[in-house]
Design a binder for this molecule. Structure first.
Ligand code: ADP
Length: 475
């Protein structure tokens, strides 16, 4: 753990092990912290805040740029650490490191653009000045599915804004967080500005983050259930919160779309990170006119995907994070098949040879999925593409919106007015139109409804860490 500029152990020297989900092998261990360590880190961040918030934006940007340079230099090592503890194919890990590094670069630039405003008043003797100031100490809780980029997506804007941070990474992927914290240390951030507390049990630390008066803001990425709980605890002290939660993304293929192109896009985005992404398509609504060729192309591509350790050449799909994740996917698939879905590819755990030691599930295509199936309603977080035929465009919009989630949605069409109609009608924070990767450090990422509060990345991303102050001057 890293508190007040010092690497330290947990009280009593407790540690916990980190496992490779592809083989079950132990890949390392980290200190097992608790409430006491969280309090020490919050206190350190509180002491560092005064000076850090007064450091010029130019200096803060310089340190973020150094961190960016270090991250770029260490990209390969970071990617390997990620594949070892998280499981994704090494190529995907490299992409994530690049995406993660972009936040450091982008927010280094944005630090210098936290502009205020001078507003006209109705009174001749009055002037208004609007100022944006850092909120204070930020507590950040990050997930295991994107263990590097979710750190920079939170820390880069927080640090750029002038906040100090206590980070608690997911228990499955603390080694990426350790590697990132070393980068912040070596970039020269002063002691206490970035603190890291690792723990096998997140609950006492979460409780400290939401109740400690020294924390001004909680930023969280994870499941909707945990996010709701943390947000309601934080409300007791009126703490600011940003929440990036679950999704249940529809992927709509219109009757005028090229079904082969759409199926290629769908197979790429669905199986990215073994389906363990909050923006992963969870329901493929395909118009009857293009349904058969879509399912055929999707099935062909999915059957060709190789599952295995992310470090192996040619592997497209890695393991799931743990046994419970495999169980959830299998339960949804069995439920769908029992209720009449057609299994076109996959549909079972993978246990042959070396795969037996890891948490593998075969890349799966289910056709003829209907709304009574669990998979139609629940977030899957696994390598399953459920396909649902539809005939009417108004119906498909209603079906796509009929979920408590509102993070990402995808549309394939070549018709401009149809694209605009669906873009405007979908109640989702991110809509990809013929685009399977509508994300960037420069673009606002976040959800509507139960998918969260606030946005990360973009200009909005830094404002999540700023308060607005109004000055009224009588002259
Ligand atoms: P998932 O594992 O499905 O991504 P979680 O919401 O369980 O989603 O995990 C996301 C992050 O939230 C992880 O860092 C985890 O340790 C943390 N977390 C889980 N439960 C709690 C809790 N009760 N309090 C604080 N943090 C939690």
């Amino acid at each position: 753990m890293f508190i007040d500029g010092e690497w330290c152990e947990a009280e009593g020297g407790r540690r916990f092990e980190v496992f490779d989900p592809a083989s079950g092998a132990v890949v390392g261990s980290v200190p097992d912290g608790g409430a006491a360590e969280a309090r020490r880190a919050i206190a350190a961040a509180g002491r560092a805040f005064e000076a850090w918030s007064r450091t010029t934006a130019y200096r803060r940007a310089e340190l973020l740029l150094k961190a960016h340079a270090l991250m770029t230099e260490r990209a390969e090592a970071l990617a390997r650490t990620m594949t070892e503890e998280q499981g994704k194919p090494i190529r995907a890990a490299r992409n994530e490191v690049r995406y993660g590094a972009d936040f450091l670069l982008w927010f280094a630039e944005e630090a210098k653009r936290v502009n205020g405003e001078i507003l006209p008043s109705a009174r001749p003797d009055q002037r208004f000045m609007v100022l944006h100031q850092p909120v204070g100490v930020v507590a950040a809780i990050t997930p295991w599915n994107y263990p590097v980029s979710m750190i920079t997506r939170k820390l880069a804007p927080a640090l750029a804004a002038g906040c100090t941070v206590v980070l608690k990474p997911a228990e499955a992927t603390p080694m990426c967080a350790v590697a990132m914290t070393r980068i912040f240390e070596e970039a020269g951030f002063p002691p206490g500005v970035v603190n890291l507390v690792t723990a096998s049990d997140p609950v006492p630390i979460g409780a400290e983050f939401t109740s400690h008066p020294g924390v001004a803001k909680l930023t969280f990425t994870g499941s909707t259930a945990v996010g709701r709980r943390l947000a309601s605890e934080a409300a007791g002290r009126m703490k600011r919160v940003s929440m990036e939660l679950g999704g249940h993304a529809p992927f709509i293929v219109c009757k005028d779309a090229d079904p082969v192109h759409a199926a290629k896009g769908g197979s790429l985005v669905k199986f990215l990170n073994t389906g363990q992404a909050c923006i992963s398509p969870n329901r493929f609504y395909v118009h009857e006119a293009v349904y058969a060729p879509f399912v055929e192309t999707l099935t062909e591509r999915v059957r060709a995907m190789k599952a295995g350790s992310g470090l192996e050449e040619g592997v497209a799909v890695g393991p799931l994070v743990n046994a419970a994740a495999v169980e959830k996917v299998d339960r949804q698939v069995r439920d769908a098949v029992d209720k009449g879905a057609e299994l076109r590819a996959g549909g079972a755990r993978l246990t042959e040879g070396a795969l037996a030691k890891g948490h593998f599930y075969a890349p799966t295509v289910l056709a003829g999925v209907t709304s009574d199936m669990l998979i139609h309603r629940e977030e899957t977080f696994g390598p399953v593409a459920p396909v649902i035929p539809y005939g009417d465009e108004d119906d498909v919009l209603a079906m796509a919106n009929d979920t408590e989630y509102g993070l990402a949605a995808y549309v394939y069409t070549r018709d401009l007015s149809r694209a605009m109609h669906l873009f405007e009608g979908l109640r989702f924070g991110i809509v990809g139109i013929n685009d399977i990767n509508p994300t960037s450090a420069a673009a606002p990422f976040g959800g509507m409804k139960q998918s969260g509060l606030g946005r990360e990345g973009a200009r909005e991303g830094i404002h999540e860490y700023l308060e607005t102050k109004l000055g009224g001057f009588a002259i």
